[in-house]
Design a protein around this ligand. Structure first.
Ligand SMILES: [Fe+2]
Ligand SMILES: [Fe+2]
Length: 337
């Protein structure tokens, strides 16, 4: 069996932990992309809306299974990174359902909140150090059986994610050739596609039980996420009401900072120099951007900020920043493993 044959390449515990964290984060992200896509369609494209719903139900089932499999494995502390659910997620889902009429299953969110125990994930106060991926499971499970279950789950996730990718590619093709109109920016749909493709790459790599090369991982993750964060800044800038001048200026500043970081990372990639300095700057910028996004989600949920940003989208981009922060902290640790 593959899991046993290749155990020297990646320890089982790390495989299970990394898979669960990757799936918990990205399955929710992908599920929400399908909500945003549906909300951005015109009445004419109801068929695409139905397709988005069908895919979303498949992704939800897989997310539910991931939550079940993470019980007793994942530690409450790991859930407090604010990347899986935040203290705003439930309200953001309810408000988004209220505005759009799109039904959102809040049970999964509730299950994830229960997984974290009584301490709600606190996004403002992320512990400086996260738990190593090799940490023993919370309960004394058979590691071989857990790894096999996760291996099977990952294998089932891959074709569903491929379907989602094909769906998003169709939308992009139609939008870019002016056969279709969405209320989302065309680049927003491309951005959603890029995140989904990144998930698939990471998942495939885990499935091959490949241990990661930390330098390559640093360059890849930072180039990818700095660009994603820069996109967020530009989306926020363009989706705020024109009267929100102060917030628009702040968003614009973040867009410029990330552009600079992306450029610097590109240069480091060329000369294969160490990325420590860029990583430090990415950490600083992303911590500030995370705080800006937290204010954003609070302002939008509290009806204090005028925008065309759905509350769930505001929470979604906050979680993506929290995910990137965890990755950055891991990459930034002196003795990484
Ligand atoms: Fe996203
Ligand atoms: Fe994003």
């Amino acid at each position: 069996m593959l899991v046993r044959e290749q155990q020297q390449q990646i320890p089982r515990r790390r495989f299970v932990n990394q898979s669960i964290q990757l799936n918990l984060f990205f399955l929710r992200i992908v599920k929400e992309h399908l909500i945003f896509v549906k909300a951005s369609l015109t009445p004419k494209d109801i068929n695409y809306g139905r397709q988005a719903d069908m895919l979303r139900r498949e992704v939800e089932r897989l997310l539910m299974e991931t939550v079940r499999l993470s019980q007793g494995v994942i530690r409450p502390n790991q859930l407090n990174s604010g990347e899986f659910v935040t203290k705003y997620t439930l309200d953001a889902e309810k408000a988004t359902q209220f505005y759009t009429g799109i039904e959102i299953d809040t049970n999964i969110t509730q299950m994830e909140l229960n997984l974290a125990g009584n301490d709600l994930p606190i996004t403002e106060d992320i512990p400086p150090d996260n738990i190593p991926d090799d940490a023993p499971f919370l309960q004394n499970f058979d590691e071989q059986a857990s790894a096999q279950n996760i291996f099977t789950l990952n294998r089932r996730i891959i074709p569903v994610i491929r379907e989602v990718i094909a769906f998003k590619q169709t939308l992009i093709r139609r939008v870019n050739s002016c056969q279709m109109f969405t209320l989302a920016y065309p680049h927003m749909v491309e951005h959603l596609l890029e995140e989904t493709e990144f998930y698939l790459t990471m998942l495939r790599r885990l499935q091959r039980m490949m241990d990661i090369d930390i330098d390559r991982e640093t360059v890849e993750q930072e180039s990818f996420w700095n660009e994603i964060m820069g996109d967020h800044a530009k989306f926020i800038r363009g989706m705020l009401d024109p009267t929100e001048e102060a917030l628009i200026n702040m968003a614009n500043e973040f867009a410029e900072r990330y552009e600079q970081l992306t450029e610097e990372a590109e240069n480091f990639k060329k000369i294969m120099n160490n990325m420590d300095n860029v990583t430090q700057q990415s950490l600083r910028t992303t911590r500030e951007f995370r705080n800006f996004k937290t204010q954003g989600v609070e302002g939008i949920l509290g009806c204090k900020v005028k925008s065309i940003i759905l509350p769930l989208l505001a929470d979604h981009v906050l979680r993506e920043a929290n995910h990137y922060l965890r990755i950055l902290r891991r990459l930034n640790r002196p003795n990484r493993y």
